[in-house]
Ligand binder design. Structure first.
Ligand code: SAM
Length: 211
């Protein structure tokens, strides 16, 4: 279903600068309409964010692709996502061969995402909790991707990166955030790079915005 529209979306992503063929293939294979509410399914292949339950959003496909491209994952890498939301970003990462761990702070969303992963036979480990603290039990991670707006870079996430690990996180105020990539160079050294601006819903937690 929606195959033609999915192809058109992939073409748009390519024209906007997503050139990695593996990422484009993942966007063709993951059925975004299955991650949105039935009333929005006909809009699932527009390059726009859409509302999901609990006042949250499924990110714009271009944003998901942009962050995935920055993450630059290799098959089999361990990736932690903060902000499961609909589960779509996690599904894209899983399609790319990553071992995906994802954390969501709203219980209803976490439960729905877990159901979706089971339904689609996606092997993604998902938990309810405050993702700003990372997931110590499974650390370190080759990549961490934060899909909500952070006021600063959470230290707990930095220390849960492998040497060479990458953290992709939008950092800023409530109006806009700068997409940021941090690479762990060695035990105590990190390099930080800034990219384009985006607008996300807030990251709420101990090492982010307070409730
Ligand atoms: N990645 C999602 C997707 O593919 O649908 C989109 C995520 S939505 C833009 C941001 C999500 O981050 C929301 O579901 C929100 O509840 C969640 N969130 C905010 N703060 C969080 C935290 N501290 N830990 C885990 N999830 C958090």
């Amino acid at each position: 279903m929606y195959e033609v529209r999915r192809k058109e979306l992939v073409k748009q992503l390519y024209e906007k600068g997503i050139k990695d063929t593996k990422i484009l293939k993942a966007f063709y294979e993951v059925e975004r309409h299955k991650f949105v509410q039935p009333t929005f399914q006909h809009l699932a292949y527009e390059d726009n964010p859409l509302p999901i339950m609990c006042g949250q959003t499924i990110s714009q496909p271009y944003t998901v692709a942009y962050m995935t491209q920055l993450l630059n994952i290799k098959e089999g890498e361990k990736i932690l996502e903060i902000g499961t939301g609909s589960g779509y970003q996690a599904a894209i990462l899983a399609k790319l061969g990553a071992r995906v761990f994802t954390i969501e702070r709203i219980l209803d969303l976490q439960i729905e995402a877990q159901k979706k992963f089971d339904e689609l036979a996606l092997k993604i480990l998902c938990k309810f909790g405050d993702g700003t603290l990372g997931w110590e039990e499974y650390a370190p991670f080759d990549g961490i991707i934060v899909t909500a707006a952070a006021p600063k870079i959470p230290n707990s996430l930095l220390i849960q990166l492998t040497i060479g690990g990458r953290l992709i996180i939008p950092v800023g105020d409530s109006n806009y955030q700068i997409m940021t990539k941090v690479i762990r160079i060695d035990e105590n050294r990190y390099e930080q790079y800034s990219y384009d601006t985006f607008k996300f819903v807030p990251l709420i937690g101990k090492e982010a915005w307070e409730k």
